[in-house]
Design a protein around this ligand. Sequence first.
Ligand SMILES: *Cc1c(COP(=O)(O)O)cnc(C)c1O
Length: 488
Amino acid sequence: MPDNKRADDHLLGDMDAETFRQNGYALVNWIAEYLATSDHYPVLSQSKPGEIRAALPKDPPVKGTSFENIFKDFDDILLPGITHWNHPGFFGYFAISASAPGVLAEFLSAALNVQAMLWRTSPSATELEEVTLSWLRQLLGLPDCYEAVIYDTASIASLHALTAARHRAIPDVGTRGLAGRRELGMLRIYASEQAHSSIDKVAMTLGLGHNAIRKIPVDAEFKLRPDVLQKTIEADIAKGEIPIAVVATVGTTSTTSVDPVGAISSICAEKRIWLHVDAAYAGSAALVPDTHNILDGCSQADSLVVNPHKWLFTPFDLSAFYCRHMDIVRSAFSLTPDYLQTPEAGKVKNLMDTGVQLGRRFRALKLWAVIRYFGSDGLRDRLADHMRLAKLFAKWVDESEDFERTAPVPLSVVCFRARGNSEDEADTDLLNEQLLERINTNGEVFLSHTRLNGRFTLRLAIGHIRTTDKHVRRAWELLVKHRNLIVG
Ligand SMILES: *Cc1c(COP(=O)(O)O)cnc(C)c1O
């Protein structure tokens, strides 16, 4: 055989079914083992910048290869460059989990390769999304006046919320845009100084600019101050500026503080300003009896986002967006070229109308699988257990002379810092930076940090489905041990 002839030149199709089956079984075995033993890996990848890239060929392969070989490279080269978000010792940022039923549903979704832009391009995708988001809405205790849609992330959900708010405030913005319109005053968005950076990105994307955001100060518990909000809005209106929206946060990213949404909502109602609630992480807490009222005050909000990919065991990505005026979202975004006209128009929802993107994945499948598998009881018990673990850790911090807590613990995140011998705050910052670095290179657990009142603060976030007392206790032991080693 001449060596430029490939053995499988006669095969133009995909991998055959038998080969798929064998590779698939092997892969499922690997995943089952991984999910059960992910805590054997260092949580934070120990890889150096550029190391993974250097281990991969620069040029694309000319000849194909077997999936066994591809998997071998994954195992040898890529796995060391993975930071294990699905590790029960992951306590950084917001700890998340891809639970097993969600992983299986994601596999199925990949096989179907559904693109749910129109109802007819998969009626199940559109209708399951509607039903599953209605289940979630009921679990969160939100009223049924909300229509809902799934996006990839909270950042994108907030982009849609604030686009709709801009559209309501300036109805011809879709046709005339904003550029060169001197008749329009400065457009304003209000959010607390603890609000998520995605709100800033939205302002930049919408052509309002970063400066359009009024960062409202917070109280001692990091909650937006409604008195300052009210005064700021009134002063802006008096200057001829146009308030478009207020963003309230339920569960801020640094400390999980909860803005007083009821009071904010009254201000918005009085001034007819769009209220968007960012409950990306903390919304799920509404399932738990102790915190079931966390979304109180949100029932008047114009829109709200909660991320099942954050604290509801759904594989990344899946963000649920609830809106009272989805008609405004649709009028901001629907635009149907002739080739997408369908005979069902008017009788069904076409998901492409509720946002920027045309194509959309069949994400509802994984959320549906997660809610069905665990049931609301199972979800509630797991979330409640995370809060119990956070309270336990906070108690250890409070009882220790060598550590102090830096924020209240309303949910499953603890902000704290080590104390050293120095009275100088800058020395204490440095101690905590070093401590964090040591803990994270150790590999058993992973924590992240934030800054509160200008001071470097450690942050332990509990949210992984397999995290137990053992993992939280280990994090504490390591913190105590390494603090003592540094302080000496
Ligand atoms: C995580 C988070 C976001 C961003 O979430 P993405 O889904 O990654 O865009 C926004 N707001 C808050 C409060 C968050 O905690």
